[in-house]
Design a protein around this ligand. Structure first.
Ligand code: ZN
Length: 98
């Protein structure tokens, strides 16, 4: 998966930028057990388990990627990128299936 590589590079860049913030969140291990899709807590994962499937919504997760998403979400709460008026207008350019 090439996209995963890019995402990881992006994360590492973010980690450098927000290095302090990343360290503050000491729930790295726990976040790998929480479904980034629905928030379901999957329970303890053995370190050898790289991928797991959410028992609640059935989403498949890469352990690290899922944890990273959860941390980004948790870290993003302090930032207000689009705090309000977050209505994104999506113009159907090209894909006019309706
Ligand atoms: Zn889930």
């Amino acid at each position: 998966m090439r996209g995963w590589r890019q995402f990881r590079t992006l994360l590492e860049g973010k980690a450098l930028k927000y290095g302090r913030q990343f360290r503050v969140i000491s729930r790295w291990e726990a976040t790998s057990q929480i479904c980034s899709n629905c928030g379901f807590k999957g329970g303890k994962l053995d370190l050898s388990i790289r991928e797991w499937q959410c028992l609640n919504c059935g989403a498949k997760h890469d352990r690290d990627l899922n944890a990273a998403i959860n941390i980004l979400v948790a870290g993003g709460q302090s930032e207000t990128l689009n705090g309000r008026g977050g209505q994104r207008k999506t113009t159907a350019s090209g894909s006019s299936s309706l």
